[in-house]
Design a protein around this ligand. Structure first.
Ligand code: TYD
Length: 145
């Protein structure tokens, strides 16, 4: 995926993704099909819940991984960084996702009571794909952007 300014976000390689949303008197249904509703083939799904409001997670970037993050319940905030940009995005709509492409530093915080974060990822878990040190991230990211 080429580097581009996101839709609904200010930063390169990030975008808000709106899903189809069926809402009637019986409730809500949001379908997500790999490659149709996501800008990559979904190979892995995981979810995060039970995060105390004072805790933050993430504090890393991925070298090659593409992800879509969806807050299924409650709300949370994500601080996104590149060497030249910074933005805080709130996730609270289960019918909307946040696409994060490679080399975006992220920190998730301000989890509400009962918040559930679903993550769709383009590849299997691979610790070598992580950059967990912010100074190392800056060095690599300056060459990337
Ligand atoms: P990590 O990605 O560091 O979580 P966060 O960035 O939200 O704080 O993952 C936490 C732990 O879970 C770490 O030991 C790796 C493990 N893990 C897997 O084994 N498989 C996975 O798909 C993910 C996302 C994490």
């Amino acid at each position: 995926m080429p580097l581009k300014k996101g839709k609904g976000t200010k930063m390169y390689n990030t975008a808000r993704v709106k899903f189809k949303h069926f809402n009637d008197q019986y409730g809500h249904l949001v379908p997500i099909e790999s490659c149709v509703d996501t800008p990559f083939t979904v190979k892995r799904v995981y979810y995060i819940f039970g995060v105390e409001p004072t805790m933050s997670r993430g504090h890393h970037a991925h070298r090659r991984l593409h992800q879509v993050l969806i807050c299924l319940n409650g709300s949370l905030k994500i601080k996104l960084k590149t060497p030249d940009e910074e933005e805080i995005v709130e996730l609270k709509n289960p019918a909307e996702g946040l696409y994060l492409g490679p080399m975006i530093w992220r920190e998730m915080f301000d989890f509400s009571e009962g918040a559930i974060l679903l993550v769709l990822a383009s590849d299997s878990f691979n610790e070598d794909d992580y950059i967990r040190n912010y100074d190392f991230y800056l060095q690599e990211a300056k060459r990337f952007f």
